[in-house]
Design a protein around this ligand. Structure first.
Ligand code: SF4
Length: 238
């Protein structure tokens, strides 16, 4: 019979923690938990230390996080699990069960590459909100360019369908980057996501980009971005 402490040792390593955030779960105050590593290499990624060199970041003690969550009960609305890519971690379900056990709703950020994990979490009722990055229009060339490697397009499409039909609240989101996205890409993606409950478009920020070339790349101008953003879906645009 595993002890409580051996059970804790099987939880995914946590590399960062924010006690209260007003920006990671729209309309809510959330604690944020960062998990290491990712199977994508998006050149505009601003969490590249977490993606490329997670071993250089100390683990955040799980007990400290639990203490903080308990202290903030009644003040925070839930816990946002982000990364990196959380679904790559074995035992992610156990981590989410710990947070749900504290009575806290869970939001999961994902790149959608692990529909098997997503299906399990949805079936187990372990997530209350899913935010999936949809990196580009759904074809191999466009997607591979934005994620910096071969695109698991079938998995991405499967995740999109799972989330749409999963019975939990959700959003899709796309970061638009000059040189990676053109207006017709976003128009095509709008067609492919038609009927989605919510699709948010955000402008690229060069700060801390993974690919050094993107550190000096400008975001879309206000005028250009306004046109791209007009394709967002969902009445409650954020
Ligand atoms: S932007 Fe997201 S999916 Fe892309 S490399 Fe960074 S963590 Fe991974």
């Amino acid at each position: 019979m595993p002890t409580q402490s051996s059970f804790k040792h099987r939880l995914p390593a946590i590399k960062g923690f924010i006690e209260t955030s007003f920006v990671d779960w729209a309309g809510k105050i959330a604690a944020v938990v960062f998990l290491p590593g990712c199977n994508f290499r998006c050149p505009m990624c601003h969490n590249h230390e977490l993606v490329l060199h997670p071993e250089a970041i100390s683990n955040y003690p799980f007990e400290v996080i639990v203490d903080s969550l308990n202290q903030h009960q009644g003040w925070i609305d839930g816990v946002c699990i982000t990364g990196g890519e959380p679904t790559n971690h074995p035992n992610l379900d156990r981590l989410l069960a710990e947070f749900k056990g504290l009575g806290l709703p869970v939001k999961l950020d994902t790149n959608g590459s692990r529909p098997d994990v997503l299906a399990h979490l949805l079936a187990q009722g372990q997530v209350d909100y899913v935010a999936m990055d949809v990196k580009a229009q759904l074809n191999d060339i466009s997607y591979s360019q934005v994620i910096g490697g071969p695109a698991p397009l079938a998995s991405i499409k499967q995740s999109l369908e799972l989330i749409r039909s999963g019975g939990v609240d959700y959003e899709f989101r796309t970061t638009v980057v000059p040189g990676l996205h053109r207006l017709d890409d976003i128009q095509r993606l709008a067609e492919q996501l038609a009927g989605a409950k919510r699709w948010r478009i955000q402008n690229f920020s060069p700060a801390q980009a993974l690919d050094p070339e993107y550190l000096v790349r400008f975001p879309f101008s206000e005028e250009e971005f306004a046109v791209l953003k007009s394709y967002e879906l969902g009445r409650d645009r954020i």
